[in-house]
Design a binder for this molecule. Sequence first.
Ligand code: FAD
Ligand code: NAD
Length: 499
Amino acid sequence: MNGTLSSQAADATPTLEREFDLIVIGAGSGGVRCARIAASLGARVAIVERAHWGGTCVNLGCVPKKLMFYGVQVGKAIADGPAYGWDVTLPQHSWPDFKRSKDRVIERLDGIYVRLLENAGVALFRGDAALAGPRAGGGWRVEVGPSPLAPERPVTVIGAARVVVATGSSPTRLAIPGADLALTSDQVFTMDDCPASMLVLGAGYIGVEFSGVFAGFGVKTSLAFRRDHVLRGFDSQMVGRLEELMAQAGVTLYPGLEPVRIERASSGAGLVTHFANGTELEAGGVLMATGRHPAVAGLNLESAGVALERGRIVTNARFETSVPGIYAIGDVTNHINLTPVAVAEGQMLAETLYGPGPRDQRDFKAVPKAVFFQEPLSTVGISEDEALADGGNYAIFTSSFTPLSQSVPQRPGQALMKLIVKAGRSPDGALAGSGAIVGVHMVGEDSPDIIQVMAMAVVNQMTKAQLDRVLALHPTMAEEFVTMRAPQRFISAGKVVAD
Ligand SMILES: Cc1cc2nc3c(=O)[nH]c(=O)nc-3n(C[C@H](O)[C@H](O)[C@H](O)COP(=O)(O)OP(=O)(O)OC[C@H]3O[C@@H](n4cnc5c(N)ncnc54)[C@H](O)[C@@H]3O)c2cc1C
Ligand SMILES: NC(=O)c1ccc[n+]([C@@H]2O[C@H](COP(=O)([O-])OP(=O)(O)OC[C@H]3O[C@@H](n4cnc5c(N)ncnc54)[C@H](O)[C@@H]3O)[C@@H](O)[C@H]2O)c1
């Protein structure tokens, strides 16, 4: 994969071997985009990757997770088959078979990333990168050493006027005894088989998504979390609906539990997790989904003077760190840890450094998000909780219904959709909800695709009155968003004023 390095001498002496205009550390979502665009704008670019081309999203994140999500949907479709007249027997899911298929797709994608970079003229270096001090005449030296996937590589030093740190983030393990017995999401993607039961710790994105995957693949699944509800920062009514769907999907929810210790079960091959209130839960495996931390270890950032704050690299709006010539993008800045954000940052930085400036100004305030549970929760803009907290006037439109697709197999579970609209007062003082659409939320099938489109309305400040001009496309789930007529309630000065 790494033609650039194959011709290097096996001499371990770190001499300045090649010079570039830009060195990008980390070939993930942000780094690859930044390197490709900078090279296309005429810069001489090197990219260093210690593990997988394409980074977390392609190898240990969004893509394999979405393949698992699809795998679960296939199982549901097979289960619905008899009700629709198909003669099917529900087979057992085979994790090893699925893993082989998934790995083939990821391997192909890794190859595509290498070709994209090479075709753009970027020099690829496989190894562990660290800042190695200033370069004579300005800029920085970067040392590329052995890494777990390139253990034999000699140390190379390359130099450039500018360095972009795009090293992403890594899973965090809680500092509790036995934490090493638990898996992280990285290991779930690479494990050869899945235990018959799984306990997931932590109910953020990864905890909720993997609970849906395990339960959907027939694994007995429990989810234990510290707070009263899953997913912090989302609209609480939507979270409530998601929790109903999680329970219907067979995920046992254990709120209010703080893990304190994990140990091997005395009987069998399972693990017992102990919680602060004395509760003990046993399962074949434990997934620790308790957050991620910026990947800054070993980069020598402190000795270069790069300012960190709670482990993340501090940058300004131009992605500049505290040290001239060193920039940072993506998860390592812990800004908004999503692939499209890292990609947009990489593109904007390359266009700023080697072009006339960013071609487009992205809106980082209304970022569409989806949590890919079996019925995903998707959202853009403000939640009803935020509308209540900000003291303004809002109209809340909702629609709750059983999707048509579920009627034949009589599968339980209701979709929920919500529009949050700025409200004004008519001359008689009554609230009227026809202003800007500031929040759109949905729990249900296809919600990520529907919310992606509705994000256009929020980002471009479309009004509810404009949305009302759109005819429905029938029969679809999405049509509910253009057929909501009367608000369920208004919010004014932090209070619900009509229901
Ligand atoms: C399980 C999971 C599911 C996710 N699902 C989604 C989703 O559905 N949608 C979404 O938008 N986001 C999702 N994310 C988040 C998304 O993957 C990240 O926000 C995104 O990958 C960040 O891109 P990045 O370029 O900042 O870093 P990364 O993609 O993490 O890339 C950083 C790269 O730097 C390399 N690196 C680190 N240190 C060094 C070093 N010293 N030398 C050389 N190389 C180094 C790493 O090996 C890695 O390849 C998910 C994340 C996880 C973990
Ligand atoms: N669909 C997506 O877009 C997607 C999917 C996965 C991950 N991501 C990105 O990756 C990031 C990381 O995901 P994540 O799920 O690892 O993190 P998260 O921050 O979303 O959730 C972490 C969970 O761990 C819990 N936790 C933290 N410390 C704990 C402790 N000491 N004891 C018990 N529980 C504790 C938190 O309360 C929370 O429930 C996300 O914030 C998101 O930006 C996005």
